[in-house]
Design a binder for this molecule. Structure first.
Ligand SMILES: Nc1ncnc2c1ncn2[C@@H]1O[C@H](COP(=O)(O)OP(=O)(O)O)[C@@H](O)[C@H]1O
Ligand SMILES: CC(=O)N[C@@H](CCC(=O)OP(=O)(O)O)C(=O)O
Length: 303
């Protein structure tokens, strides 16, 4: 086969353009949350897996936390069941919990692991129950009633993260594995909890003091009142956008966990469109990035 010099030159140029970004992120921990809505198309799934393998190959430490809400919905539907959501959280009774565990800890986790491994990575799948990776407690939620008084809402087996056993993740990273984490947690009595995957990703990033938290979803970023992508968000702006309903549903826990992560020491958090091929690489290997950025500096300024 003869060398196509023009093509080879382009490849060399692309590689040298990537050099400063590789230097910036080498040895750094990047937590990537892969939302169930971004797992819609086999070509996109492959491009996600290749991006993760590429980050690892050039010396970064990606940790994947995945969702799978729509995949849980699909199985519930097949079984003739459904579940309610309150502010983006699935109300989870005991039998729904069993289905959630089957889907998130089983089929979804293993298909991401297989895909990364197929592209040459060394992914290892685990749920928050393995080695007590994610210690959880029941999530307490309140809703303001029509009379303005807060009333507790019981979401069943929905959990909040108490702590993340970072030694387990660090040990896997040190052995060159790519951890792929399903958002389930366990409490001290051994009860299993269904935890919003954004929340788990944020806490994993926080406990590991990650360089970046990347939340891949099915929208261009956080949309403001006129439908434009907003960036450089502060807690105050977020609160007012939630209050007037501009930010709703699944975007509420997403933006809140991004804010919490940067407040707790993660350098930056981004909400990016996982429907764009190579969204992960575009975010790491460009100055501008894509989507909505929430950075520590901006956050500190607003406090
Ligand atoms: N202001 C907003 N900006 C962007 N998305 C929003 C906003 N308010 C609500 N959403 C909804 O939040 C969804 C993303 O949350 P979710 O469905 O939980 O995603 P994922 O499954 O990726 O975690 C978007 O698809 C959109 O429908
Ligand atoms: C409590 C709660 O809502 N848990 C989520 C966990 C999965 C998830 O978060 O998936 P996505 O990221 O794809 O939305 C659920 O049961 O759907």
């Amino acid at each position: 086969m003869t060398l196509n010099l023009d093509e080879a030159k382009i490849t060399a140029e692309v590689l040298t353009t990537a050099l400063p970004y590789i230097q910036r992120f080498v040895d750094k921990l990047i937590v990537v949350k892969y939302g169930g809505n971004a797992m819609t198309d086999p070509a996109l799934e492959s491009s996600f897996a290749r991006d993760i393998v590429l980050l690892k190959t050039v010396g970064m430490h990606p940790v994947v936390v995945h969702g799978g809400g729509p995949q849980v919905d699909n199985l519930l539907k097949e079984l003739g069941r459904q579940s309610d959501r309150i502010d983006g959280m699935r109300v989870t009774d005991k039998s729904t919990m069993d289905i959630v565990e089957m889907v998130l800890g089983g089929s979804v986790n293993k298909s991401i692991v297989s895909l990364i491994n197929k592209h040459g990575g060394r992914a290892i799948g685990l749920t928050g129950k393995d080695a007590n990776l994610i210690l959880a407690k029941k999530l307490m939620m309140e809703k303001i009633g029509a009379d303005g008084i807060a009333v507790p809402v019981d979401l069943g087996f929905v959990g909040d993260v108490v702590s993340v056993n970072k030694d387990v993740i660090n040990m896997l990273i040190a052995s060159d594995f790519i951890p792929v984490i399903a958002p389930l947690g366990v409490d001290e009595e051994g009860n299993t909890y269904n935890i919003n995957a954004d929340l788990v990703a944020g806490k994993v990033a926080e406990f590991l003091q990650a360089e970046k938290l990347m939340l891949l979803t099915n929208i261009k970023g956080v949309l403001g009142r006129d439908g434009e992508v907003v960036t450089g968000l502060t807690p105050k702006t977020v609160d007012s956008l939630i209050e007037d309903g501009t930010i709703s549903g699944g975007m509420i826990p997403k933006i809140q966990c991004a804010l919490d992560a940067v407040r707790s020491g993660v350098k930056s958090a981004v909400i990016v469109d996982g429907r764009v091929p190579h969204a992960t690489l575009l975010e790491i290997f460009t100055n501008e990035g894509v989507g909505t950025l929430i950075s520590r500096d901006l956050d500190l300024l607003s406090n």
